[in-house]
Design a protein around this ligand. Structure first.
Ligand code: FE2
Length: 152
């Protein structure tokens, strides 16, 4: 990539890094706010999402330095609506995850024909994040309801 493209790629990767770091904080916070009978599996699931966001943030950071960029110390929007029922937490996660997915898609469009490394990375992350959003969508459906939540 030429220096201008590299700079733009690093900018997009830094937005991804900040959004994934926001995911770490958000999922960790949610995990403290779960009460009731189903608490333990939900807390475990939220903590595993926090760990996955951290792994994604680390991957973005490693790519930033790969391209000679400086990894941001900032953090993306946290979106805490201060609601702590599981439904609101899941809806809020779904919104945040689709915002992150949009940035991965932007990176893919940008990388096409410019960097196979970034293209492959963006494609892989889009499939991972899409499956993840699908998982949250299934959790938001009522039992027996096959239609996707997001089409409601
Ligand atoms: Fe992620």
């Amino acid at each position: 990539m030429n220096p201008a493209d590299t700079q733009q790629a690093v900018g997009t990767l830094n937005r991804i890094l900040e959004m994934e770091l926001a995911g770490v904080v958000r999922y960790t916070h949610y995990s403290f706010m779960v009460f009731g009978y189903a608490r333990i599996p939900i807390v475990n699931w939220l903590r595993s999402q926090a760990a996955e966001s951290l792994a994604h943030a680390q991957e973005a950071g490693e790519l930033i330095t790969h391209f000679g960029g400086y990894p941001s110390l900032g953090i993306g929007p946290l979106l805490d609506s201060h609601k702590s029922d599981i439904g609101s937490i899941l809806v809020e996660s779904l919104q945040a995850e689709s915002a992150t997915l949009a940035v991965y898609r932007e990176l893919l469009r940008f990388a096409e024909g410019k960097s196979v490394l970034l293209e492959e990375y963006a494609r892989r992350m889009i499939s991972v994040e899409e499956l993840h959003a699908g998982e949250v969508d299934k959790m938001l459906r009522r039992p027996g309801d096959v239609a996707a939540y997001r089409t409601h």
